[in-house]
Design a protein around this ligand. Structure first.
Ligand code: PNS
Length: 159
């Protein structure tokens, strides 16, 4: 059984992330969506809330687990007994960062591998930070995030 980890901030989880999850499962048998607990970054949603929302999106799916992680990704991978990571690429602008992260992780763990999936054109403009900004200003982002995430953002910003 091929297992992989899809790490990220997912603040919030978008339809772009959703598409990467579904397509990665055409390549691997089981995916763990790993939400980074990052104390230095200012996030909208608590990591546990992000996990709760993503679990709701994939309720009943045995091929998907959702959990938090902290510290180095390579240490988390060792703990999970895998070396394979999934990442999405939207545009050339994502490449430099992803390349640098891959090189660093590969330096830290020689067996480290990343499977990069290109975002579909309809998702290539979606980013968590833009979704938050538009939602905070009252714009409609209902077609860019799963229903549960949409409801959560409305609850936060419609107060
Ligand atoms: O969704 P993001 O914010 O682009 O995800 C970035 C993430 C979580 C994959 C990356 O920041 C990460 O793996 N952080 C864990 C700390 C770490 O291992 N850093 C060294 C490689 S950058």
């Amino acid at each position: 059984m091929i297992r992989a980890v899809y790490p990220g901030s997912f603040d919030p989880f978008t339809n772009g992330h959703l598409d990467i999850v579904e397509r990665s499962l055409l390549v691997v048998d089981h995916l763990t969506i790993a939400v980074l607990k990052n104390t230095s970054k200012k996030n909208l949603l608590e990591p546990e809330k992000r996990v709760e929302l993503i679990r709701e999106v994939f309720k009943g799916r045995e091929d998907i687990s959702v959990e938090t992680f902290s510290g180095l990704l390579v240490d988390y991978l060792k703990m999970k007994n895998t070396t394979c990571v999934i990442r999405g690429l939207r545009a050339v602008s994502d490449f430099d960062y992803e390349h640098a992260v891959f090189l660093m992780n590969n330096r830290l763990l020689h067996e480290f591998e990343t499977i990069f999936l290109m975002a579909r054109s309809e998702n290539s403009f979606i980013s968590s930070s833009i979704v938050k900004e538009v939602a905070s200003l009252g714009g409609n982002i209902s077609d860019q995030v799963p229903e549960v995430v949409y409801r959560q953002l409305r609850e936060i910003y419609n107060k």
